[in-house]
Structures are given as structure tokens and as C-alpha cells.
Design a protein around this ligand. Structure first.
Ligand code: 8YV
Length: 319
């Protein structure tokens, strides 16, 4: 039987969000159950809804347990959520788009600037006292260079908007052209990589984009090209990236996401031309707060009206 206030928490949540939910619901943590599968089966239909994060996702067992209710996800990425199962079980799935767009694009641009201008390595140079002995080597100009955007959704568009301020021509690759986009659509990713100086990944994760950036794309980007990834680690073939960097096929990479977070392959971690941040694109106090509020608002909206405010779309390349 459905308990009016029982809420399934798929994985640990940010403390402020957990506190907010605990004030309104009887929150049941899934990750502490000794037998996950047995728990989900025996509690099927007993929850008013569930909450997850992009990084926890939700598999078919969770969605079967939530049949006919709601799953509110903290994060815009839904590649970890089995959407086919959600459809089958008629679970309304929401995520947190829009509120994180600016911060993710800000970090994307920060990575782009920092990788091209070698900010971290330059700071280390000063800290080591090397400035007293020599000048820092020349870096790569950003202003006026060409930006290739993969996935022209909200975040891709926000990157393009920032690029305008740096006088950068922008082209984009997506599954299909965006009707209102002012930038040139490039249906061939290889051609885009060949054209641009910076290739920024803003697309969704999951099977549809797995290893989209492979050794051919990296070779096309070329020895002065820089790759920026603010989408999902799965979009890049990391072995191919490590090889491209060591062979000089590309100049550098700025990565906020990796395939097996928080593990970072040694070849990427110990490389001065690679800048890695620990998946922090949306991690500002202001954005996290807005995301938390949207998770709660989606849940409450579904419980009140049967519809969430920001439903997950069922297809598309852009996040
Ligand atoms: C989130 C993200 O903060 O929203 C997403 O999809 O990747 C991040 O920006 C994180 O996923 C929360 O789990």
C-alpha cells in the first residue's frame, strides 16, 4: 500500500536537499538496504515517488518499484536513468535544466581559457620559483579563434554566447540543425573538428554519444586543437585521448567529466597539457541551491497535479 509520505532516495543526496526532503517526507535510503533487489521488490508501489541524482541514475528495478509515480532527478543529465523502463512503468521523470546552464558554460569557458593560456601550469611555475630564473613559454591565443560546439542545447548555446564576447566564430554539430540557431550547422563531426581550434562537448551522455570523440576526431582537431568536455566522460574515448596527447595529435584538453569518475587515468592526470576538474561545472552555491529547489518543486508539482515542471525529454543530442 502507498504510504502518503514515503519517498525513496536512490543514493545519497546533497545535505541541504536531504534535510528539505526529510522535513516533508518519510525518506527511505535505498543504498543502506542489505538486499537492494529484495527491498525494491517487496516495497513496490509503496512510495509516493523517488529522488535521485544524475550520478546515481535509476535502473529498471528502481523504476518498477516507483511504477505510476515520479522520479525527481538532481542534475540535468539523465543518461543513468533507464528511460525505456520509466516509460514502461509510467514514471514521470524530471531533471534540473536551465538553472545550471550558466554555471556549466562558465566553467566550460574557464576550462577553455585556462587550458589555452596554461593558467594552472603557469601558477605552478611561479610557485616553484621558476619565474626568478626564466620566462614562461608562450601559450595559445583564444580571442578570434574558432569554436566547434557538439550539442547546441541550452549549455551549447550558452557557450556560443560567451564565445561571441571573444569574437570567436562558432559552428556546431548535432543530430539535426536547430531551426533558430544563428551558427552554421555542421552535420559531419570530423569536418567540425577539422575546422575548429577548440572543440567543446555539450551533448548528452549515454549510448547515443558513447566515444563520439575517437582517434579520428582527435586527429582532425589537429596538433594545435584543444578539446573541452563539460558533458559526460563517456563521450570521449579516453585511451584515444591519452594517445592523441602523447603523440601530439592535439595540443591539450580541459575535462570536467571522466569516464570512470572519480578515477582519472594516469596518462591524463600527469600531463601538463591536460586540465582536469572534479565534475564541478554546476557546483556553485547559487546553482546548487536552485537545483535543490527544482527537485522539490518537481516532486510537489507531481503530487499536486500529476505533472512535473521540467520533464526529461525522451531523445536528442543536446543537454
Ligand atoms: C550535477 C551534472 O551537479 O547536472 C548534471 O548532469 O553533471 C552535474 O552538473 C551532478 O550530475 C549531480 O549529480
Amino acid at each position: 500500500m502507498k504510504t502518503p509520505s514515503r519517498l525513496l532516495l536512490v543514493g545519497p543526496l546533497p545535505p541541504d536537499l536531504a534535510r528539505q526532503l526529510e522535513a516533508c517526507f518519510d525518506c527511505v535510503p535505498l543504498w543502506t538496504q542489505p538486499d537492494r533487489q529484495a527491498f525494491l521488490q517487496s516495497h513496490a508501489g509503496q512510495f509516493v515517488g523517488g529522488v535521485t541524482m544524475s550520478r546515481h541514475g535509476a535502473d529498471a528495478q528502481v523504476l518498477a518499484c516507483l511504477k505510476g509515480s515520479v522520479l525527481s532527478c538532481f542534475g540535468v543529465g539523465f543518461d543513468g536513468i533507464d528511460m525505456a523502463a520509466a516509460r514502461q512503468q509510467q514514471v514521470a521523470v524530471s531533471h534540473t535544466p536551465d538553472v545550471l546552464t550558466d554555471c556549466v558554460a562558465d566553467l566550460g569557458f574557464a576550462l577553455l581559457l585556462a587550458t589555452a593560456r596554461q593558467l594552472v601550469a603557469a601558477d605552478r611555475f611561479v610557485q616553484r620559483g621558476d619565474w626568478l630564473r626564466s620566462s614562461y613559454p608562450l601559450a595559445t591565443r583564444v580571442s578570434g579563434k574558432r569554436l566547434g560546439v557538439v550539442g547546441l542545447g541550452r549549455i551549447g548555446q550558452a557557450m556560443a554566447k560567451r564565445a561571441q564576447g571573444f569574437d570567436m566564430p562558432v559552428r556546431y554539430h548535432a543530430r539535426r540543425p536547430r531551426p533558430l540557431a544563428t551558427q552554421t550547422f555542421e552535420p559531419d563531426l570530423l569536418a567540425l573538428a577539422k575546422w575548429c581550434d577548440f572543440l567543446v562537448l555539450c551533448c548528452v551522455g549515454g549510448l547515443s554519444t558513447q566515444h563520439l570523440v575517437n582517434s579520428q576526431v582527435l586527429q582532425a582537431l589537429g596538433p594545435t586543437g584543444i578539446l573541452i568536455n563539460i558533458s559526460r566522460g563517456s563521450v570521449v574515448d579516453e585511451a584515444a585521448l591519452a594517445h592523441a596527447l602523447s603523440a601530439g595529435h592535439i595540443a591539450g584538453a580541459g575535462l570536467d567529466v571522466l569516464q570512470n569518475e572519480p578515477a582519472v587515468p594516469d596518462a591524463l592526470r600527469h600531463n601538463e597539457r591536460v586540465l582536469v576538474t572534479p565534475h564541478i561545472a554546476a557546483s556553485t552555491r547559487e546553482t546548487r541551491h536552485a537545483m535543490e529547489q527544482l527537485v522539490v518543486d518537481n516532486l510537489m508539482s507531481f503530487l499536486r497535479s500529476g505533472a512535473v515542471l521540467t520533464p526529461v525529454p525522451f531523445s536528442g543530442l543536446a543537454a
